[in-house]
Design a protein around this ligand. Structure first.
Ligand code: DGJ
Length: 752
């Protein structure tokens, strides 16, 4: 068993292959956080903590005159509230008698085979199959490890029940343990069993109190068309936080955080990763306290959040995926990649190569008809492209972005044919058909809005703010969800549609759920997210053969929650290969390469006007699901030849790219960017290099490879030259002399 309870020391230890996570039932029944890090032999790690009288930190009420036990200094597993702990708050609750208090004490624990599910929320699973429809409530699934018969999916669940010292108010901590993956998940259930309703206005899914605060934090920040730029900072005293209030996880701050020792690099040092499996408002807080301890919490953002906990109501908090690596950031990413790829993404497309597609957005924008799309399909098929995706503009009245959203019926007049005919004619060209939708939105200039103006978010008596001229349909309401579900089904039932790009093009504002009474409006934002998940669950269950690609103006909702429904997400609306290097670099810290939607687009680039070689655009797009987004009929014969070659290459390398080990070999600020894929067997490797500046009379550029077998020899595909793994890793590979701007190289090695 990975989870063990030691009766003598009252410690609960979770041991994964390389890590240990330990808790202790401490003085007065407080559940202490003892340790998280490199695997240790199992002793009680509480010797690291000193009980002392700390000035101005009151002792716990039931400790009487014992001055050495203060919740302000104890490393707790879930913080208490208004009973002497002044650090970043966890669960904030006001009971029926008006008292603000939470003083959590250990009640019981249980260790179970299998992985818990969370009612209505995405979560990692462990049965090895990943079929949609797995989350049936807050239950443990016992059927893990069947599926592919792989032991990797084996999981255990640890459930610890805590109770307020006075009130019948319970917090159940859930831990999912993936021993072989070095992954532990956390979530919690919050329940009031008092007669009177309790009000909760802040809740976290997890909290850890580290005993030392000497850490750096990595956050992944940005804006539309520049998402997830990695930023590393030293943590100082006080609270450092990131979060979103945009109703989505956002372009601005991704719900993924790394804490690491200051000396940690790609291949050395200790680091912790925390990925929130949630797509709405979130808050991640790190507090370095007076005693130089560090508290990390991740939860739903408390702003505009209020839940009435009537007697018996259980509130389920979303899951956090946690991992620790003592061997640097590269290993940390690799652990998360595998976990998300194999035990979070689901369905038919979670593994294996995804179709190489061409999307007409940057080729035509709104200006297209059926014949134009068929001509793109014909040209694309000749080059080996496998799917045409019809983007925005095919439905309702939509020739620009100010009207039509919500009216999910094909505009046959514009298309010049029915949707069914278009699908059939595209298929005749030898490629499959995919479609764009933005189901969460409505334009005021639409039939839907005229019929149901009250379905969009708006505050009473106030005109709602428009984003991209559109309003947000309140998916927290059943009537709205049902309409949207039926609308999507009617489109998907029209013909052989094998892919949907699910877009979402604004931040949410004016949140107000018309079905809820005033005192429950604090749930409106969370209910929207639950409604979205319910809708996605229904759609993915009904259409298991349809590949869903998530999108929110590019990567505005690139999070682990969405990956449960869509195994790939359009990474950014910035398709410039050079800016993409930065975006994809940042994304790679927390998310698998198989999840990164990436396309080759036209030059000059539509977002920043930069000109880059087609080969380089191909190299960069191959660090993802690969496709094209340009008017192929306008390409020269020479370019078409290059496209054909790229497609052949992608097919050859796709297993490495999608499922191989991924290594970051350079940082965006260097003279070149480089990354590498290595097969599990270490017998094949693809090295990718993009020169980011051209220099005259430059010294030679050497890139050091990673992950190869030092004692094996590898043949470079293009030149036939043989190198030993050790020389490639320790000496490196000499790149050709820079000539011209933004050159790129794909260097493929096979073991001889
Ligand atoms: C935003 C997406 O990210 C783009 O790729 C495109 O689909 C547009 N929306 C269409 O409106």
């Amino acid at each position: 068993m990975a989870v063990n309870y030691d009766e003598n020391t009252k410690t609960i230890s979770i041991n994964t292959q390389n890590t240990t996570y330990q808790m202790k039932i401490g003085p007065y029944g407080v559940l202490l956080h003892n340790y998280y890090g490199e695997r240790i032999s199992g002793e009680d790690m509480s010797y690291l903590f000193r009980y002392e009288d700390i000035g101005f930190s009151p002792a716990m009420g039931d400790a009487g005159m014992n001055r050495t036990v203060s919740l302000d200094t104890m490393p707790q597993e879930m913080p208490s509230f208004n009973v002497g702990d002044y650090r970043a708050e966890g669960i904030r609750v006001q009971h029926g008698d008006g008292s603000y208090a939470l003083d959590l004490r250990y009640v019981s624990h249980e260790i179970m085979d299998g992985k818990y599910c969370l009612e209505g929320l995405p979560a990692m699973y462990a049965d090895g199959t990943g079929e949609p429809g797995a989350s049936e409530g807050n239950v443990v699934k016992e059927d893990f490890g069947k599926g592919k018969g792989r032991s990797r999916g084996k999981a255990e669940t640890l459930k610890i029940v805590l109770k307020d010292r006075v009130k019948e108010f319970f917090v159940t901590l859930l831990y999912g343990v993936y021993e072989e993956l070095d992954i532990i998940t956390r979530a919690c259930l919050i329940e009031n069993r008092e007669e009177e309703t309790a009000v909760m206005d802040k809740a976290v899914s997890m909290s850890i109190d580290f005993l030392t605060a000497d850490m750096d934090i990595y956050t992944f920040n940005g804006r539309h068309t520049m998402e997830r730029e990695a930023e590393r900072r030293r943590l100082g005293k006080g609270v450092t936080s990131i979060g979103s209030l945009r109703g989505t996880s956002s372009h601005q701050h991704n719900p993924f955080v790394i804490l690491c020792e200051p000396e940690t690099g790609e291949e050395h040092g200790g680091c912790y990763g925390f990925a929130y499996v949630y797509s709405g408002n979130f808050l991640a807080e790190v507090e370095c306290s007076q005693m130089e301890m560090l508290r990390f919490t991740m939860g739903i953002h408390p702003s505009r959040f209020k839940v009435l906990l009537e007697k018996g109501r259980v509130f389920t908090m979303p899951e956090v995926i946690m991992t620790y690596s003592g061997k640097g950031l590269g290993r940390l990413s690799s652990q998360l990649h595998r976990a998300m790829r194999e035990y979070l993404c689901r369905g038919k497309f979670k593994s294996g190569r995804r179709p190489i597609l061409i999307n007409n957005w940057e080729a035509t924008y709104f200006d297209f008809n059926g014949e134009k799309l068929i001509s793109i399909a014909e040209e694309a098929a000749k080059l080996g492209i496998e799917m045409l995706v019809m983007d925005d503009g095919w439905f309702g009245k939509r020739d620009f972005d100010e009207s039509g959203l919500g009216d999910w019926f094909p505009n046959e007049e514009k298309l010049g044919m029915s949707l069914h005919e278009l699908i059939e004619r595209v298929k005749e060209k030898g490629i499959s058909f995919g479609i764009w939708m933005e189901p969460e939105m409505v334009n005021e200039d639409s039939r839907l809005y005229k019929e149901h103006p009250d379905w969009a978010f708006a505050l009473p008596g106030r005109e709602p703010g428009r984003g991209r001229c559109q309003l947000v349909l309140d998916l927290g309401r059943e009537c709205v969800r049902e309409y949207v579900y039926q609308a999507i089904c009617s489109i998907l039932d029209t013909g052989d549609i094998t892919y949907v790009k699910w877009d979402m093009n604004r931040s949410i504002s004016d949140v107000y759920n018309r079905d809820l009474p005033p005192e429950q409006q604090g749930e409106a934002g969370h209910r929207y997210v639950l409604g979205l998940y319910e809708l996605l669950e229904r759609i993915t269950s009904k259409y298991p053969d349809v590949l869903l690609e998530g999108c929110s103006g590019g990567g505005g909702r690139f999070d682990a929650g969405m990956l449960y429904y869509s195994p790939q997400i359009w990474c950014s609306d910035d398709t410039d290969a050079i800016e993409r290097l930065k975006i994809q670099y940042g994304t790679s810290f927390g998310y698998p390469i198989s999840a990164v939607g990436s396309h080759v687009s036209a030059c000059p680039n539509h977002q920043n006007g930069r000109i880059t070689p087609l080969h380089t655009r191909g190299t960069v797009a191959m660090a993802g699901t690969f496709g094209y987004e340009l008017d192929i009929s306008k390409m020269t014969e020479e370019d078409k030849k290059e496209v054909k070659k790229q497609i052949e290459d992608y097919k050859k390398y796709s297993d490495l790219i999608q499922e191989g080990e991924y290594y970051r070999l350079a940082k965006p600020e260097e003279i070149f960017m480089a990354w590498q894929f290595v097969s599990d067997e270490k017998d094949r490797s693809l090295v990718n290099v993009v020169m980011t500046s051209a220099r005259a009379n430059s010294p030679g550029c050497i890139v050091k490879l990673k992950g190869l077998e030092p004692g094996s020899d590898y043949r470079e595909d293009e030149t036939g030259k043989v190198y030993s793994g050790s020389s490639l890793m320790h000496g490196g590979y000499l790149l050709p002399k820079e000539m011209g701007e933004y050159q790129s190289y794909q260097i493929y090695f096979e073991r001889v």
